[in-house]
Design a protein around this ligand. Sequence first.
Ligand code: KG4
Ligand code: ZN
Length: 341
Amino acid sequence: MVTLKAVLGLETSCDETAAALVDEGRTVRASVVSSQIDLHARYGGVVPEIASRAHLELIGPVVAETFESAGATLDDVDAVAACCGPGLAGALLVGVTAAKALALVTGVPYVGVNHLEAHLYGAWLQNPDLKLPVVMLLVSGGHTLLVAVDGRGEYRVLGETVDDAAGEAFDKVARLLGFGYPGGPEVDRHARIGSPTAVDFPRAMRGSLNFSFAGLKTAVALHLREHPEVLASEFGVDDIAASFQAAAVDQLREKLAAAADMVNATTLVLGGGVAANSALRSSVVELAETTGRDALLAPLELCTDNAAMIAAAGWWRLQSDGPTPLSAGVNPSARLPGSTP
Ligand code: KG4
Ligand code: ZN
């Protein structure tokens, strides 16, 4: 077992440049996230070239701010972790190269961290002694996974999306409704005002642990084509946002419930950007209560991309696998490690 305390984590897989200092995989001393949303908003999505260039400019200041906020220096770091995939190749390279350089000059180990496993740690770091097995719903802009966690690094993927990811569906529907980018938080905000029963959108893939969101997005598009007046009316878009969100959350909840029964899970774990959704959070808490389970939700600041989850996952990976060789690169299409489909 490697003895180390403080891990510096770096995350640059998409459009957030983030650094964090975390002690023993659980105590967040500082976590800084610099979002590039403004740079990408005018294009309606993330532009990979712009993202890489912005990461290059931001990574230094973000690391410096992390140390300042933790009251620490590079001398206090026992290991450096960076997200090495999945994500945008050029963007990943910035964080991984910076992490290797820092590890090399300070003589501490480097560890490459899988982004999906890190999202699990966004929730798990709050309660590292959680009794297993748990079932996790990982819902982000790029992924929708239902995972049984049997041990650290022992994952079984029970279901995944057959088309769009949950966050992608929120972002696409937001665009149809004329909201800004990223759309998830906007849909959430409008849905609070609207009626979730205004339109009965389809609940897809009943009876399966896999997910589908493309049909739901198309149903929203068709509804808007048939009722274009909705877009002009003040509360019309709120009703559509609420009805779409209700259908999406129902689908997520139904599969989470079935998976929890299947693996006899002690706890329902929720992570990834869409885990910030207020309706999904209440639905998972309520499901846990009614089925006599616990709910462990990633705190809001650890749902969307951040580096505290990278540092926490890196600490545990160092305990189990040791350092990653500096010759290891990035893997833009990495899957959840150690998982069986
Ligand atoms: O995990 P994340 O930051 O990046 C990826 O790894 O993909 O997730 C970003 C996604 C975006 O699609 C965003 O719209 C969605 O999470 N999201 C939300 C909310 N906050 C962020 N979706 C629904 N409701 C929210 N409150
Ligand atoms: Zn993510």
